[in-house]
Design a protein around this ligand. Structure first.
Ligand code: NAD
Ligand code: SER
Length: 301
């Protein structure tokens, strides 16, 4: 018998691609996609509904939960109390259901766990003093991975870039929106400065990392299991524009930083992923130009 998998927040940027990847790996019918929003093929499940979560996990004999439901940094800072409730209490509900049913859990962390006191190239082990509520919820998430008694794993995803679903209200959304604007308008007004450098990753690398991490035997995972640093490609907004102009030489971008600049400035420029490489063989495949080429190929197909 293969795993029986529950995905929360399945209609979001990651879930849109992870559900298909899990079905491809484990078979059609192995995955129960859920979200608070309604859509064909997706069951309604609010992660704040602890009883509903427990009932679904028990009735469907779920063995693995990929917990993607969350509010991201920009949306979270606009409504910090709701961000804490969904991100922390929602995760606690997942952990309770997992503990009662012996499930393994994947719960993503983020580069948002780092704060201004982190080196510009973030090591795996460094003080975690984020300035955003979203970042604080991700620190709690990593701590629960170590203390909950459930086999729970996570990755500190960089900003994720993909074309199949819109980005979901994060600070790194400019690196997704820019492609749509380039193709439809030939121009983008970017909400961070041209010299803003952040860790980013193409979605294919992120999905592969997720599947690889969940394949590893629990015994071989060390103290980073709640949030492994994984690096993809790090670039400034200006360097992204240059790479897009290889495809669209007439494309222009202007810069009008808003409040999200502050969140971006509190995060590192790049991350060291030596621990993930050593413990489970992580290696990215997409650099900046490779990611941009893949985005254009996907959007123009
Ligand atoms: P997203 O915003 O695109 O999707 C989140 C989904 O959760 C949405 O479909 C939303 O409807 C759903 N949701 C919201 N509240 C819910 C609730 N109460 N119950 C059930 N579902 C609810 O987010 P994403 O980009 O797919 O991110 C998934 C996870 O990965 C999050 O934990 C996020 O913090 C993390 N992450 C994402 C990125 C990124 O760049 N996308 C980077 C780092 C970490
Ligand atoms: N991409 C996410 C955000 O910007 C980072 O977790 O919120």
């Amino acid at each position: 018998m293969g795993p029986r998998i529950l995905v929360t927040g399945a209609l979001g940027q990651i879930g849109t691609e992870l559900v298909g990847a899990l079905e491809e790996k484990h078979g059609q019918g192995s995955v129960i996609a859920t979200d608070v929003r309604d859509a064909p093929g997706c069951r309604i499940l609010d992660v704040m509904d602890a009883d509903g979560m427990l009932a679904l996990v028990s009735e469907e004999k779920v063995t693995e939960i990929y917990h993607l439901a969350a509010l991201l940094s920009a949306t979270g800072e606009r409504n910090p109390e709701l961000c804490w409730k969904i991100n922390v209490e929602g995760l606690e509900n997942v952990i309770s259901a997992a503990r009662a049913n012996g499930c393994r859990v994947f719960a993503p962390s983020s580069i948002a766990v780092f704060g201004p006191d982190c080196p510009s190239i973030a090591p795996q082990v460094t003080p975690l003093n984020p300035t955003t509520v979203y970042g604080k919820t991700k620190v709690v998430c990593e701590q629960l991975a170590m203390t909950s008694g459930v086999d729970m794993r996570g990755l500190r995803y960089p900003g994720l870039i993909s074309y199949k679903a819109p980005a979901g209200g994060g600070t790194t959304d400019y690196a997704v929106e820019i492609f749509h604007a380039a193709l439809s308008e030939g121009h983008y007004t970017c909400f961070v400065r041209e010299d803003t450098r952040l860790p980013m990753m193409y979605m294919d690398d992120a999905i592969r990392a997720t599947l690889e991490l969940m394949e590893i035997s629990s015994d071989t995972l060390g103290g980073a299991r709640g949030g492994y640093n994984i690096a993809g490609c790090s670039f400034t907004a200006g360097e992204l524009v240059d790479s897009i102009q290889r495809h669209l030489p007439e494309f222009t971008c202007t810069y009008e930083p808003d409040i999200r600049q502050k969140y971006a400035d509190s995060w590192p420029n790049d991350i060291e992923d030596d621990v993930a490489r050593a413990e489970w063989g992580w290696a990215p495949e997409f650099d900046l130009d490779g990611m941009v080429d893949a985005m254009f190929a996907g959007l123009q197909a």
